[in-house]
Design a protein around this ligand. Structure first.
Ligand code: GLU
Length: 304
């Protein structure tokens, strides 16, 4: 497969879309990001890499961190995680409160905000220093110590995350939040604020493409079966209320974030990360989705 040529073609074919869409300006610090960015980084399991665009530039991974948070807690308490958060697609926006009240404060899945807030609560209960633990875990997956939180982004979201605050309060009223509300919100915003490049993210997602085997052999503490489940949740819940559309157009498990990144995997074959900050109306990178659709179409690779 001539991946160099395919990435160059994609770059050309999406160029008229770059700059379209809307940046996530509900987090004031993210409103400053320029929309004219585009990058792809592809990492195959035989160790080869291919890239185009600003693939070494750091961006806010936002909800892509929810995959790492889930994996971290699975590594600590295994399937008990799923007692407090379900695994069904929500069909609602990522920050919706609607289902939570009907469903007694049990979030639909760990990849919407309410679900990740419950995972955050678990992190606070299990670690002496969850902020450090999270960074250590992500760095170990990526095999890269130069991964950090962005203070300004975290503080910016903390000041304006009123819906997240409403969710934590509602879940606390149902007994599904054990720690202090302020602590949950703070840790959650920090996890979302992690900055990584397409290259670093592709390295961190390699382990998911390889059933637990990566830079660090996570199979020691996350079983192959648990990896299967995390990947299944990526496919069914990784793209807000557009998970069906992503499976239909692209056909890979993955996770997006409102920073404009999308990380996806072809199990047994590769991890691929795209970044372009302009979002569509569902909060997914507009160019990123198109680029991945072109990639799986041109390469004929998809899990289906
Ligand atoms: N920090 C963002 C929020 O809670 C994450 C949203 C996302 O990337 O889906 O609104």
């Amino acid at each position: 497969m001539d991946y160099h040529k395919i990435l160059a073609e994609i770059n050309e074919e999406v160029s008229h879309l770059i700059g379209k869409g809307k940046v996530a300006d509900y987090i004031p610090e993210l409103a400053k990001v320029k929309k004219d960015k585009f990058a792809i980084y592809l990492l195959t399991l035989d160790g080869k890499s291919y890239e185009t665009g600003n693939s070494q530039e750091l961006f806010s991974i936002q909800s892509i961190s929810k995959v790492f948070m889930l994996a971290l807690m699975i590594s600590k308490i295994g399937k008990r995680v799923y007692k407090r958060v379900d695994v069904e697609p929500s069909g609602d926006p990522f920050n919706s409160l609607v289902q939570l009240e009907h469903e007694n404060g049990i979030p639909r899945n760990p990849f919407i905000n309410s679900g990740a807030l419950v995972i955050t609560d678990m992190m606070l209960s299990h670690f002496e220093n969850p902020k450090e633990e999270m960074l250590r875990f992500v760095r170990s997956l990526a095999g890269d110590d130069k991964i950090f939180y962005n203070e300004a982004v975290a503080q910016s979201e903390l000041r304006t995350g009123f819906k997240n605050a409403a969710m934590v309060n509602l879940m606390k009223s149902f007994g599904n939040i054990k720690n202090e509300i302020e602590d949950v919100l703070e840790l959650y915003c920090y996890c979302c604020s992690i900055e990584m490049s397409c290259c670093q993210l592709a390295k961190a997602f390699r382990v998911f493409a390889n059933h637990g085997k990566g830079v660090v052999d996570t199979r020691q503490y996350i079983s192959k079966s648990q990896f299967k489940r995390i990947t299944a949740i990526m496919l069914t819940c990784g793209f807000y209320d557009e998970a069906g559309e992503f499976a239909f157009q692209v056909g890979l498990p993955g996770k997006s974030g409102v920073g404009g990144g999308i990380a996806a995997i072809m199990p047994g074959d590769y991890s691929i990360v795209v970044w372009s900050p302009g979002l569509n109306e569902n909060g997914n990178s507009l160019v990123g989705m198109k680029a991945l659709e072109l990639f799986t179409t041109k390469t004929g690779s998809s899990i289906f």
